[in-house]
Design a protein around this ligand. Sequence first.
Ligand code: XMP
Length: 219
Amino acid sequence: MNSSTPTSAFANTARVPARWRPDVERVLITQGRIRNRLRILAREIERDFIGSEMVVVSLLNGTVMLLADLVRCLSLPLRLDFIGVSSYGAGTESGELIFTKDLRLDVRGRDVLLVDDILDTGRTMTRVLERLTALGPRRIRTCVLLDKPSRRIKSIQADYVGFEIPDVFVVGYGLDFAERYRNLPFVGVLHPDIYSHKQTGTRRLSRLNPPEAMKISAL
Ligand code: XMP
């Protein structure tokens, strides 16, 4: 476990760029704050992994920006691999996970850093950890950009957390809504209109009932 406290995502006054204003209600975490926080996390990871060649295992697709920025801050020998995980399978119930890609590297006896975009209910991380543990790594540490502890249903914490956030649906910096908004350079709160106007079969939509959407709009 690391000792640093995840930064609160509040206290942000950055304006949403005009291009994104119809969709994004407010900027929760700016690009600059993400950059600074990743540098700090990288120093902690380097300290904890010194002397080992770690395997960084990143969950597709939401970690694409986080991974690219984080590994460039790490001055350690490392190898990269990816696990594909999705909850969008046709006809599957909310929370049902499907593995779409497995690891190619052998992690037996290795030190692994598992990277995900957000720790929400904890279901995804728990399932992935079970799968990884079965491969016999020496140790696994976990790193997430965002943590929503208020929604947790599994007893799990990440070792390295960028920002603790409230129970709002966020997009940007790799995080999507119906596969959109991943390219926003900041983390933003999606405007409630987007939820009410679009109907898709994704887990993310079905997870948000009207009171939750209202909560987002009230923040
Ligand atoms: P669980 O609940 O398994 O969730 O911890 C982890 C995965 O769910 C997605 N997720 C989100 N995606 N905005 C998003 O764009 C959110 O607020 C959000 N909350 C959860 C995400 O893919 C994550 O890996």
